[in-house]
Ligand binder design. Sequence first.
Ligand SMILES: Cc1ncc(COP(=O)(O)O)c(C=O)c1O
Length: 393
Amino acid sequence: MNYPERFSNLPEYAFPRLRALLDHHQPGGDIVHMTIGEPKHDFPPWVTDVIMENAAGFQGYPPNEGSPELRAAIADWVNRRYGVSMGADTNVMALNGTREGLYNAAMALCPEQKNGQQPIILCPNPFYQVYMVASISVGAQPYFVSATAATDHLPDYTSLPEEVMNRTAVAYICSPANPQGAVASRDYWAELIQLAEKYDFRIFADECYSEIYRDTAPVGALTVAQELGADPERVTLFNSLSKRSNLAGLRSGLIAGGPETIKQVKLLRSYAGAPLPAPLQAAAAKVWADEVHVQENRALYQEKYAIADEVFAGVQGYMPPEAGFFLWLPVENGEETALKLWQETGVRVLPGAYLSQGDPGQNPGEQFIRVAMVAPKTEMKRGLITLRDCIYS
Ligand SMILES: Cc1ncc(COP(=O)(O)O)c(C=O)c1O
């Protein structure tokens, strides 16, 4: 049996890799899970009722693009949050979480060639892994751009050579960034959008951590694109209820952008999409419309930022995250540190290199660990203190 050559160099996904690293060793204490970005705060209790009330909808095929109610709730949310005017029928579509959307948007929108050459898709490094596999799947070259302290933990796409820019078809960008917690400023977005206008590439803005922040809501790419009067097809936004509403398992995501972009994504998904079951669409519509639980959820994370800042005060290289729920902590070697922590304390974290690309010595993630602040507050605090005492004292 033959297998596609293009996937032959894909490393094992981060979490099986972590299991292979840790699971044949005993934990050195009570286990604290700080690896996966799966929110553990409560979701609104009424979500279950809405699903039950709409359970009859499990019988039918769900609407591919999202029910009119869900699309209206999504468009309202995008317009409210970003100060734009997206139409429910023309500018948004429901996704089955952002991950598949980030993948399928490349399928629907990345051309076979850019200026007569193989296209490039720009990816931050470290990065959310689907960007790479989407690029490979569409026959583009994923081009990794380091996002380190030297560039305020966001990729500096403006510094790339002309020959790269001429081949660039798409740029993925994650703000707030997983794993570093950095937020793209208005100026950052403006420069990127101007660059995209100059070289005619699309921006895929992955903003799924946008509602978890300290005190100021991160500015969104669509907002800045509108302010600049950019091509309405230039920026495509991705967001979801997974982090905003602690509903990673509901799988409600959104894509928002220009009408031609959305039309193209709808076309592809009418053949190959996996729409959200109708009762879940009904629940998702209500969740997008509610902000009370989002504010309560954010307040819990704000307490967690305060705990992290206190625990790591004085630790050299500690970066207080601006947003999101990860700590990106500097260490000598991320893999060795994750193993040591597990064996000595039972705290489970992810080596940074599992989220980044590059040869040893060149990989911008290898001297980091990623720590997810998702566990309940007291457990999370215990995990952070144990971690600090094990690796920084
Ligand atoms: C940066 C980033 N983008 C997208 C996703 C996918 O989230 P979902 O598919 O649940 O919306 C995640 C999930 O961890 C993420 O960290």
